[in-house]
Ligand binder design. Structure first.
Ligand code: PMT
Length: 232
């Protein structure tokens, strides 16, 4: 029979994109399809874990055998993650979370005016950093865990830094145990069937690389992480 290295472990996975409402008909969103996070939840289940999938907006069906909670905004995701990850063995944050939301929600649909070329300016404010918040909570209340916390980093690279340099900086800033770095672009990461991950560890372990279908990279990621339960 299959090995079940996550048997007895409680795993919480986030997937999909958040939407930040602007008015009753519009929102700020992103191109996450949910495929990567759903694949992680599915593989964690196959590896024997007790899994909860918290998902935002997704473009694919969630397998019926997964237990789910659905959210829309980053604030809702934050509340769900803090509630359901308490006492968990592993949290994997694969959701694409909006860093900013509109400062004001317009109660009525925003209209263009007939007599001018004016366009409205949308002012944004910061959303909570959910990954960071779970790390800080664990520092303050170790009994709430999660024992292991893994984030994702969706990077395009920049003029000054490679994707991996940006990933290392993000790992230090967030302070999570693992950061799965994936390059994203118009045909990479978001929505794609395949992915390539470089998994960085806060403890300085050599980066772990995997590529292939989102199911394959999910399984490899979970098996890599599972080895670290013994050290905790
Ligand atoms: O859904 P798919 O189409 O399959 O695409 C998969 C994916 C590209 C969305 C996925 O592999 C991925 O990279 N997810 C993370 C996307 C993201 O928001 O990355 P980020 O670099 O902006 O955020 C870093 C980490 O902090 C992430 O774990 C994110 O969940 C978390 N975060 C981000 C912002 C915020 N306000 N709170 C957070 O917790």
């Amino acid at each position: 029979s299959d090995p079940k290295p996550l048997a007895g472990r409680r795993v919480v996975v986030t997937a999909g994109g958040t939407r930040e409402p602007l008015d009753p008909v519009r929102f700020l969103g992103n191109r996450s399809s949910g495929k990567q996070g759903i694949a992680i939840a599915d593989q964690a289940l196959q590896l024997g874990a007790d899994v909860l999938l918290i998902h935002g907006h997704i473009e694919v069906e969630v397998p019926a055998h997964l237990t789910t909670v659905s959210i829309s905004t980053a604030d809702e995701l934050r509340d769900a993650v803090l509630e359901y990850s308490a006492g968990a063995d592993l949290l994997v944050m694969a959701a694409a979370v909006a860093d900013f939301k509109p400062a004001d929600y317009a109660e009525y649909k925003i209209k263009k005016t007939e007599h001018s070329d004016d366009a409205p300016v949308i002012r944004l404010v910061r959303n909570p950093d959910i990954l960071k918040e779970t790390v800080v909570r664990r520092q303050q209340n170790p009994e709430l865990g999660p024992t292991l916390i893994a984030g994702f980093a969706a990077e395009t690279g920049s003029a000054e830094h490679t994707v991996l340099e940006l990933g290392q900086q993000k790992l230090q800033r967030k302070g999570c145990d693992f950061l799965a770095v994936n390059t994203v672009g118009l045909s990479q990461g978001f929505g794609a069937e395949e992915n390539a991950l470089t998994v960085l560890s806060l403890d300085g372990e050599q980066p772990f690389e995997t590529s292939g279908s989102k199911a394959q990279v999910s399984r490899d990621l979970l098996l890599h992480i599972a080895k670290h339960f013994d050290e905790k």
